[in-house]
Ligand binder design. Structure first.
Ligand SMILES: Nc1nc2c(ncn2[C@@H]2O[C@H](COP(=O)(O)OP(=O)(O)OP(=O)(O)O)[C@@H](O)[C@H]2O)c(=O)[nH]1
Ligand SMILES: [Mg+2]
Length: 471
């Protein structure tokens, strides 16, 4: 236990609000046992569940199982008691009121997990993984969150921290003993080690980004000219008639967001107004929103209507339309080309029969998008291939063992990478050892923020306040 303040007795209903077979009131801190023994009217043995009345002395409020965990052998690291009664809001509130009248106070959201962190039972990334596990929206996300909770992500960060610590010792020794200036060999060695660290960081960042997508879901925006079939495609992917579809160009005006799980990957699919120049004021707002949405998306599905393209299909024509579509769209998101209404033209859904002429004429559009996916939102042709294309573009491989991560972690990895890059160029320029050491120090601090070795107080407050009560 770190200090007396954290060990005051807290209590909360640990089960979800509403009615359920069982409801749990959890207590943690000094006096948990004493309060529970008073409520149960008997002495308790650690780790042995026993059936008991829960009584305020005058009246029995509920009955159920009581379970005591000793200090040092519990989730929070403190003395913990679980009173497992019946899962009704009234009975649980009465039980909570009772333990509070006997000296406990109601816990803040996440306070149990915060204590587990402060007492060194879990690190910060693991604490966050608890919240992520509870909030996970797919089986893959839950699996990944569990891996983070078990320490997979933290272990990777700790390994980097250790490398960095070793490096700092080497560099700072040169500051402490300035007479023995860094000789050439040592400098090369330091450079190589920083290089290796930069690579490891990049690999971890890439995996963390996958973890973030699993955790928070990816945002995928549908973009295209009016009538290209964006809303139809949204409906097909969502498996429901979420968006209005008509043959009137300009049907969709507002953003329409649908959450779905695509082959294990949680997505937020966003339908947008067809991009065109228009004098209609409402539609203008819709088009502006579509463009803004494109900037925030992780992936853009760029829809073209095959019936508006000359047949046989030529790459140059497609890329010309794409360039027009993207001319006012500022987005460095990943992009997938989708050619819709396959049922209305005479082409097979594979790219092989496409005449790939006139490459040189292609100007602005991203050439890597070709040949894209040919689909029919009407018949469902090509949709399974597109689904796979979406998960692949987001780098999501279901089989790959991964962990959950948050935007906060990726920011910290970025900060560490920037500092290491700076150290590297300073080393190459032959800058003073102090400057290099300072960059290494900030890289180390950034990594420490992920797992909580260094934690500004407001960061802790922000993280734990997002938890649900009783966790
Ligand atoms: N034959 C055929 N018609 C389609 C297909 N996809 C969409 N359509 C039709 O094309 C018209 C426009 O479809 P929408 O899904 O509303 O197009 P949109 O891109 O959302 O259009 P806006 O909201 O106006 O920007 C409708 O009449 C659809 O039924 C397709 O694959 N094949
Ligand atoms: Mg639409």
């Amino acid at each position: 236990m770190t200090d007396g303040l954290q060990s005051d007795l807290i209590a909360a209903v640990a089960t979800a609000p509403g009615q359920g077979g069982i409801g749990v009131v959890r207590l943690s801190g000094v006096g948990a046992r004493q309060v529970a023994e008073q409520v149960c009217g008997k002495s308790l043995t650690p780790r042995r569940a026993s059936f008991s009345d829960f009584s305020d002395g005058a009246e029995v409020i509920d009955q159920g199982l009581v379970l005591l965990f000793s200090e040092g052998a519990s989730f929070t690291g403190e003395e913990v008691v679980e009173l497992q009664g019946h899962g009704g809001p009234v009975v649980l509130q009465r039980l909570l009121d009772l333990v509070c009248s006997l000296g406990a106070r109601v816990a803040r959201p996440g306070e149990f997990s915060e204590r587990a962190f402060l007492n060194g039972n879990i690190d910060l990334a693991q604490a966050e993984a608890i919240a992520d596990l509870i909030a996970s929206s797919s089986v893959s996300a839950a699996r990944a969150a569990l891996r983070s909770l078990q320490g997979d992500f933290s272990a990777r960060v700790h390994a980097l921290e250790e490398d960095l610590a070793g490096l700092r010792v080497l560099v700072e020794a040169c500051i402490d003993f300035p007479d023995e200036d860094v000789d050439f060999l040592e400098q090369v060695q330091v450079q190589q080690r920083v290089d290796a660290l930069v690579e490891l960081l990049a690999a971890l960042k890439q995996q963390s980004q996958q973890g973030k997508i699993l955790n928070e879901g990816a945002s995928v925006a549908l973009l295209g000219a009016p009538n290209a079939g964006k809303s139809s495609l949204l409906n097909v992917l969502a498996g429901e008639e979420a968006a209005i579809v008509t043959d009137i160009p300009g049907t969709t005006r507002d953003l329409l967001k649908v959450d779905l799980v695509l082959d294990g990957l949680p997505l937020r699919l966003v339908d947008t107004a067809g991009l065109r120049h228009t004098t209609d004021h409402v539609e203008q707002i819709g088009v502006a929103r579509a463009r803004a949405q494109a900037e925030h998306a992780d992936l853009l599905l760029l829809l073209l209507d095959l019936t508006t393209l000359p047949q046989p299909l030529r790459r140059a024509d497609v890329e010309h339309q794409l360039a027009l579509l993207l001319q006012d769209v500022a987005s460095d998101a990943q992009k997938i080309l989708v050619l819709n209404k396959l049922d209305l033209v005479d082409t097979a859904p594979t790219a092989t029969n496409v005449q790939d002429a006139d490459h040189a004429a292609v100007a602005a559009a991203d050439r890597n998008l070709w040949p894209g996916f040919k689909i029919s939102a009407k018949t469902g042709d090509g949709i399974p291939q597109l689904r796979r294309g979406i998960t692949q573009a987001l780098g999501f491989e279901q089989q790959e063992a991964t962990f959950t991560a948050r935007a906060r972690h990726i920011d910290a990895l970025d900060q560490a990478a920037t500092a290491l890059q700076a150290a590297l160029s300073e080393l190459k320029l032959g800058q003073s050892t102090e400057i290099v050491a300072e960059e290494l120090r900030s890289a180390h601090l950034a990594l420490g923020e992920i797992v909580g070795t260094v934690t500004p107080d407001d960061l802790l407050g922000r993280i734990f306040s997002e938890f649900c009560i009783g966790k």
